[in-house]
Design a protein. Structure first.
Length: 169
């Protein structure tokens, strides 16, 4: 589905379908790469659909990432990427939502909520302790969206980073 797709042809109560991509086909990876590249561009990165496809293929193929996709009329209109993180003190694991994106024409239609619900159900089924995510301090729409979906701000922790090599962020 192209980025200019119009969801208005859907019935008002006809939600998009959401599914996990267990072992994505080459076509599914390519389709995810197209929308993933739009996500990257949204955050200021240069477009690189082929690089996105290679990165997704590597990370989904090695199970470092899990992908959940929202579909409408056979095209991807949103996605969530998660990682399974060991919780050493609890001798367990939790899930982190690394990325969540919905095409602009599908926002405020329940697509993001459906993606979060699918991720939550899969995390519970896996025995995960919790779901965590992060976003920028000034991303007020995302902060409201996550709070409206039950996520609570964690106080008392700071995120630190040590750039390795040429990375500046």
């Amino acid at each position: 589905m192209g980025q200019n797709s119009d969801p208005s042809s859907r019935a008002a109560n006809d939600p998009v379908s959401v599914r996990g991509l267990g072992a994505p086909t080459a076509g599914e990876t390519e389709a995810l790469a197209e929308i993933f590249d739009l996500y990257r561009v949204h955050y200021g990165e240069p477009s690189n659909t082929s690089g996105s496809a290679g990165w997704l293929e590597e990370n989904l193929g090695t199970s470092r990432l899990r992908a959940f996709v929202a579909e409408d009329s056979g095209g991807f209109v949103g996605f969530a990427l998660t990682v399974d993180v060991p919780a050493s003190l609890r001798l367990a694991h939790f899930w982190q939502i690394r990325d969540l994106f919905v095409l602009p024409t599908y926002r405020r239609l329940g697509v993001g909520r459906a993606l979060l619900a699918s991720v939550r159900a899969a995390a519970i089924e896996s025995g995960a302790l919790r779901l965590v995510l992060q976003t920028e301090d000034d991303n007020d729409p995302a902060l409201r969206f996550y709070a409206d979906n039950g996520y609570a701000l964690v106080e008392g922790y700071r995120s630190l980073t040590l750039p390795l090599g040429s990375e500046t962020r």
